[in-house]
Write a protein that binds this ligand. Structure first.
Ligand code: NDP
Length: 483
């Protein structure tokens, strides 16, 4: 990290600049201490970054680079991320408070994304379509040009890699605006990308605030695709702006995912799956299973055991190996989570575990909040309908499959869902009926870069990862040749 008063610069082309905007602070949520001062990109800085990206993308060096050569650069970026995994993980931990071992795993996930899209880059075929006459009909896949990538704070090591790797593999240039709460991961990775031989200007990073730097990037006329991960309200605002000039959008937004336990499930495994599904990353995960539906016959027993297990989770500093739940990503966010739990109480919810900050002097300087279970809530309650993005689980009984599916789908969101049962046909029926981009059966939060990820309904549009992930960053072009 940079010294206290040195402003960390951002990257346009091959130039590191502190920008024209007002520098902002990065704060460690586990301690309240300042990590660094970060440069802020003004509208003019953003304009320079986009114009630099546009020129670099159009240059023969990148546009005509053979796919296996582009893939080789992406592999070298992956190598360098792996070589610097520990320091990248530490930097993420200091900025969003995530458990260190989760950050280390995410650094590995970031490298894996570069390798996966490198492989696609050099193996991806174009298509020859059936001819309907005396001609050859081909389908080619072209880059958009300049892609704006805008990311949240919860998992920049993986989220930024999966966007940037796919966009570069597809032949685009990228201008990335990271969250103000996790500004430096992308700066470090961009430096590694230059070291790996990525031509300057193909990956630019503009740090700054969403309403200034982010909105200037979204509004820029030369940005042809906006790939955004973040909250649904921000995603809608971006989609409205993009519609004005028909720029494409890929939106990975919020969730309020149902997690379902039938009476015939392996209840020990289900209990662990529910705990991990909602409290890992302190609940700051778009796919957290935050609405738990338990079949009525086992409800009291299962929820009682779950509450005991939740109270036994060790809340502590992210760099202590014994910690199971770390602080929230910022003090502002902790206060928001706290007020949403207060709102649920006003609406009649019963606190079955947690519900407050830890009573531990050692943690008093950090943005901690205890893992919380709320009972006596209806699915229509505000706490069951609004995304908390914190360690808060709502528990509800259900009586039969139809009632269950109706409740699971009664939400604006549709990102993920989980089902625990030993009856496979039942699991299959529920998995097909639930409106969600990802459904887990007898597991939860199992992720892979090889499968598409994205949301139904207000959880977003477009897919990242998997083979679909590269198509998100390309436009199909038909080429007909008369014979
Ligand atoms: P936000 O929507 O507040 O911010 C996301 C990014 O957008 C940040 O970089 C932010 O900058 C920027 N931003 C904010 N306003 C604008 C604007 N008007 N124009 C352009 N950019 C803007 O989300 P959070 O960072 O709070 O992240 C949490 C949200 O992300 C949750 O809702 C969560 O569900 C969602 N998410 C979704 C995932 C998915 O794959 N579906 C994965 C992870 C998270 P700044 O930080 O400066 O405000």
């Amino acid at each position: 990290m940079h010294g206290d008063n040195a402003v960390r610069p951002f990257l346009i082309g091959s130039t590191w600049t502190t920008g024209e905007g007002q520098p902002f602070e990065s704060i460690n949520p586990a301690t309240g201490q300042r990590n660094a001062l970060i440069g802020s990109a003004s509208k003019a800085d953003v304009d320079r970054a986009v114009r630099t990206a546009k020129a670099a993308q159009a240059s023969p060096e990148w546009r005509q680079m053979l796919p296996h050569k582009r893939a080789a650069i992406l592999h070298r970026i992956a190598d360098l991320i792996e070589a610097h995994a520990e320091e990248l993980a530490d930097a993420q931990m200091r900025q969003n408070g995530k458990l260190r071992h989760e950050c280390v795993a995410q650094a590995a996930g970031g490298a894996a994304a570069y390798r996966y899209f490198a492989s696609i880059c050099e193996t991806m075929p174009s298509e020859v379509a059936p001819s309907r006459g005396d001609h050859l009909a081909m389908v080619m896949y072209e880059p958009y040009g300049v892609v704006a990538a805008i990311t949240p704070w919860n998992s920049p090591l993986t989220l930024e890699s999966q966007k940037v790797a796919a966009a570069l593999a597809a032949g685009n240039a990228v201008v990335l605006k990271p969250s103000e709460f996790t500004p430096t991961i992308s700066l470090s990775v961009a430096a590694l990308a230059l070291e790996a031989g990525l031509p300057p200007g193909i990956l630019n990073v503009v740090t700054g605030l969403g309403l200034e730097t982010g909105s200037a990037l979204v509004a820029h006329p030369d940005v042809r695709l906006i790939s955004f991960t973040g909250g649904t309200a921000t995603g809608k605002a971006i989609a409205r702006e993009a519609a004005g000039r028909m720029a494409a959008v890929a939106l990975e937004l919020g969730g309020k995912s149902p997690h379902i336990v039938f009476a015939d499930a392996d209840l020990d495994k289900a209990l662990q799956g529910v705990l991990h599904g909602v409290f890992s990353s302190s609940g700051q995960s778009c796919i957290a299973g935050t609405r738990l539906f338990v079949e009525r016959g086992i409800y009291d027993d299962f929820v009682g055991r779950l509450a005991d297990a939740t109270k036994a989770l060790r809340v502590g500093p992210p760099d202590e190996p014994a910690s199971q739940v770390a602080p929230l990503s910022s003090f502002v966010h902790r206060d928001k989570v706290e007020s949403m739990v207060g709102m649920a109480r006003e609406d009649g919810a019963t606190v079955l575990a947690g519900g407050c900050r830890p009573d531990d002097a050692r943690l008093s300087n950090g943005a901690y909040f205890l893992p919380t279970i709320l009972g006596n809530v209806a699915n229509s309650a505000r706490i069951c309908q609004q995304e908390v993005f914190g360690p808060v689980l709502c528990v509800m009984p259900f009586d039969d499959e139809d009632d269950l599916v109706a409740q699971a789908n009664d939400t604006l969101f549709g990102l993920a869902a989980g089902v625990w049962t030993r009856d496979f046909p039942k699991a299959w029926r529920v998995a097909r009926a639930v409106e969600a981009g990802t459904v887990w059966i007898n597991t939860y939060k199992t992720l892979s870069v090889s499968v598409p990820f994205g949301g139904f309904k207000e959880s977003g549009t477009g897919r990242e990862k998997g083979f679909h992930g590269i198509r998100t960053y390309q436009e199909a072009k038909t080429v007909m040749v008369g014979l």
